[in-house]
Design a protein around this ligand. Structure first.
Ligand code: AMP
Length: 223
């Protein structure tokens, strides 16, 4: 089963994709995490991606598509995956459809998470992330047990460099211009599941899992 998570920056895609991956026992690929890890490691891919990420722009399609499709061809993803942050424009969606079709596979469902603009900005400005394991936190919605430290690995939490006011504005513009058209693309394909993203992490998680036809919501919150 191949499932895409779609929504504006800050909507909680990463958090909800990780929950759905756990609930449905599927591998989770987050293109933003792959870029951040590469940037942290100082690889050539990371250096290329970094300048775009910091400005809130999309990394060019040829770099992104190659990176995600390479990852997707690994044995871990043979029986399915949750894709989070990819595709981000129509060109990427078409490349993904073509690559899956070559293996007689297809995207099954697209979870589109929606929240209001005010809540989006509140979520983005209160966000912290673990630079080592990428676990997401929020200053009020899901704070770490020990202030400033990751619950899973103990690393010091950081603000994302693209969570500045300027980069947030740019990312929202890019989302509306380039990513939002995917909503219609997948609606026309009959694959779109719209989920209300307002409310707590578990509340939204259980809506997502039930939209995907999963069983009882059992995700163990941190620790
Ligand atoms: P995210 O963690 O999904 O918010 O992504 C952070 C940043 O990584 C984005 O603002 C882009 O610069 C880059 N990025 C992540 N996924 C993609 C993608 N599918 N296409 C292009 N750029 C991406």
């Amino acid at each position: 089963m191949y499932i895409i998570f779609l929504g504006a920056p800050g909507v909680g895609k990463g958090t909800q994709a990780a929950i759905a991956a756990w609930e449905l026992n599927l591998a989770h690929i987050a293109s933003g995490d792959l870029f951040r890890q590469a940037a942290e490691q100082g690889t050539e891919l990371g250096m290329q991606a970094k300048s775009y990420m910091e400005k809130g722009m999309l990394v060019p399609d040829e770099i992104t598509i190659r990176m995600v499709l390479e990852r997707l061809s690994a044995p871990d993803y043979e029986s399915g995956a949750i894709l989070d942050g990819f595709p981000r424009d129509i060109n990427q969606a078409e490349a993904l459809d073509t690559a899956l079709a070559r293996q007689a596979k297809a995207i099954d469902k697209v979870v589109y998470i929606k929240v209001g603009d005010e809540e989006l900005l509140r979520r983005l400005s209160g966000r912290w992330v673990c630079p080592s394991c990428q676990a997401p936190y929020h200053i009020t919605n899901s704070p770490p047990k020990v202030e400033g430290r990751c619950d899973r690995c103990g690393s010091k939490l950081q603000k994302r460099p693209d969570d500045t006011a300027e980069a947030i504005k740019k990312r929202l513009e890019v989302y509306l211009a380039q990513t939002a058209p995917l909503i219609d693309y997948y609606r026309r394909a009959g694959k779109l599941l719209e989920v209300d993203g307002e409310g707590g992490v578990d509340e939204v998680g259980s809506r997502v899992v039930s939209a995907l036809g999963g069983g009882e919501f059992a995700y163990p919150r941190r620790g």
